[in-house]
Design a protein around this ligand. Structure first.
Ligand code: CP
Ligand code: NVA
Length: 311
């Protein structure tokens, strides 16, 4: 079976460690890995806006010896309703992998079901697993290990980042707290999947309504925009409920000593994160953004190795 990366738990805990170790190797010797030499092409498709994902996949695929074929879905036949399965069948004859940023997770699953090459989630409404690889690499760099650390994510508990923190954090044996209003609680199915995973890795997961309880003693503090792509029409309603969950200097003060502050970016200073926090000494956000490159190169290298072993 071809291996895809559609959700954070598509890697087992041991495989996650392998990919993160490889990410450190790739970072230390940036041009040593050339699994796409040829060049072989990787399709990178966008249904939504992107800066980091577009740049890091394009640069990363080129550095792996390959050709990044960046496709704007709107100007391709996908934008005119060509079936996802037909698109997969065309792309997999010519590309070594398919990377896709889209809306519904089910669309990505449809692509994967029809593709004979690995499909990678470059963000859906439900998950953002490539971002989590970079986040975990960043935390490991600062803290040495992941298992046993407490990570608090505060804000929209029902968005892609919250769900990926739950699954990836549990996979890494972390204690994940999602601080969010009851109306924006994580998806119950994702929460219970993460809880089952945490049970096996020695981690834990919780939805916490009181933000001070969630920030207290946390080793990692993370947040994300209150208005995700596709929710622009709800902007007016997506402010007041989240104000108490903002990542401010007070949150940093009550966290564990030397906490690591994460934000996937783009950030809205003065909304979900205070300017003195994102631009302050605890912030790891620029390393986190750079690590998208290394972590995704590692992921693609790892997926292509599975392909070689499979054939
Ligand atoms: N963090 C992230 O995925 O950024 P982009 O939306 O710019 O790709
Ligand atoms: N939750 C955000 C993440 C952006 C990288 C969004 O989906 O817009």
């Amino acid at each position: 079976m071809v291996r895809h990366f559609l959700a954070d738990d598509d890697l087992s805990p041991a495989e996650l460690t392998d990919v993160l170790d490889l990410a450190d190797e790739v970072k230390a010797d940036r041009f040593a890995h050339r699994p796409l030499e040829g060049p072989r092409s990787v399709a990178v498709i966008f249904d939504k806006h992107s800066t980091r994902t577009r740049v890091s996949f394009s640069v990363g695929i080129a550095e792996l010896g390959g050709y990044p074929l960046v496709i704007d879905a709107q100007t391709s036949q996908m934008g005119r309703g060509e079936p996802i399965e037909d698109t997969a069948r065309v792309l997999d004859r010519q590309c070594a992998a398919i990377v896709w940023r889209t809306y519904d997770q089910a669309r990505l699953e449809q692509m994967a079901a029809a593709s004979t090459v690995p499909v990678v989630n470059a963000l859906t409404d439900l998950y953002h697993p490539c971002q989590l690889l970079a986040d975990l690499q960043t935390v490991r760099e600062r803290k040495g290990a992941l298992a046993g650390l407490t990570l608090t994510y505060a804000g929209d508990g029902a968005n892609n980042m919250a769900h990926s923190y739950l699954l990836a954090g549990a996979n890494a044996g972390m204690h994940v707290r999602i601080a969010a209003p009851q109306a924006y609680a994580p998806d119950a199915g994702v929460l219970s999947k993460a809880a089952a995973l945490a049970e096996r890795t020695g981690g834990s997961v919780a939805h916490v309504v009181d933000p001070a309880d969630a920030f207290a003693g946390a080793d990692v503090l993370a947040t994300d925009t209150w208005v995700s792509m596709g929710q622009e029409g709800e902007s007016a309603d997506r402010e007041a409920p989240f104000v108490p969950y903002a990542l401010t200097a007070k949150a940093v003060e009550i966290a564990a000593p030397e906490p690591v502050v994460l934000h996937c970016l783009p950030a809205y200073r003065g909304k979900e994160i205070a300017a003195d926090v994102i631009d302050g000494p605890a912030s790891a956000v620029w390393d986190e953004a750079e690590n998208r490159l290394h972590a995704q190169k590692a992921l693609l290298t790892w997926l292509l190795r599975q392909e070689v072993e499979r054939r």
